[in-house]
Design a protein around this ligand. Structure first.
Ligand SMILES: C[S@@+](CC[C@H](N)C(=O)[O-])C[C@H]1O[C@@H](n2cnc3c(N)ncnc32)[C@H](O)[C@@H]1O
Length: 209
């Protein structure tokens, strides 16, 4: 469960999975439904992947910097940016375990389905807090606690989802306030034993104190 997953291998076909596209869309819709986005926002999408969430939010914000440690995922994202001539979105190749995040300034950070791939969550939250403006907004979507059957390939899965209330405490410890939690979507899929199972995805919103 500890080896890092090679997302480069999955990148070219990532968007061909309709389930993934739907989940990203639902997460983006839930972020939008908070009414907290602003067309002047300078946003970072941490673990942006192929940009599914970024590109759904792009019309509603000022700029987006997509950050990911997979060159393959960013290649797919960059091809979309080029294809659709999107002028306000850029990407940065960053492994949070090895190098620094872009310094921004950012007043908004989103992260979708990436936290369970990050070993040291308190350290990441500290880093996200450091690069956010005061009163900056944070949106984190990930799996609620699951029994280890969500991923067929558990490489790079450091957390079997999260208890959203314990995650709230981690946010408060990192210096965030006004934390709210809601369910963004459900995912119905066969678990690793082939039985149909429902997994839920939370969205946590928080503001930098
Ligand atoms: C499950 S995908 C989610 C992609 C996208 N946010 C979405 O919702 O479609 C997780 C992403 O996190 C990235 N990631 C994993 N570990 C990372 C790290 N240490 N630093 C930066 N990105 C990382 C992966 O490359 C991958 O693109």
């Amino acid at each position: 469960m500890n080896a890092k997953r090679d997302f480069n291998k999955d990148a070219a076909s990532w968007d061909e999975n309709p389930g993934r596209v739907r989940v990203a869309q639902k997460i983006a819709e839930t972020i939008i439904s908070t009414g907290m986005l602003d067309n002047n926002d300078s946003m970072m999408d941490f673990g942006c992947g192929t940009g599914l969430v970024s590109l759904a939010l792009e019309p509603l914000v000022g700029t987006i910097t997509g950050v990911d440690n997979s060159r393959g995922m960013l290649d797919v994202f960059n091809n979309k940016i080029k294809h659709y001539a999107i002028g306000n979105v850029s990407t940065a190749l960053v492994d949070i375990d090895k190098s620094e995040l872009p310094s921004g300034p950012f007043n908004c950070i989103v992260s979708s389905m990436t936290m369970h791939h990050i070993k040291d969550i308190p350290l990441l939250l500290k880093k996200l807090h450091a690069i956010l403006d005061k009163n900056g907004k944070l949106f984190i979507a990930d799996l609620d606690s699951e029994n280890g059957t969500f991923h067929e390939n558990s490489d790079g899965v450091f957390h079997l989802g999260f208890d959203r209330f314990k995650f709230t405490s981690l946010l408060v410890d990192a210096g965030f306030g006004s934390v709210t939690a809601q369910t963004a979507t459900e995912i119905q899929k066969p678990d690793s034993q082939g039985r149909s199972k429902t997994f839920t995805v939370f969205l946590l919103t928080a503001v930098k104190n």
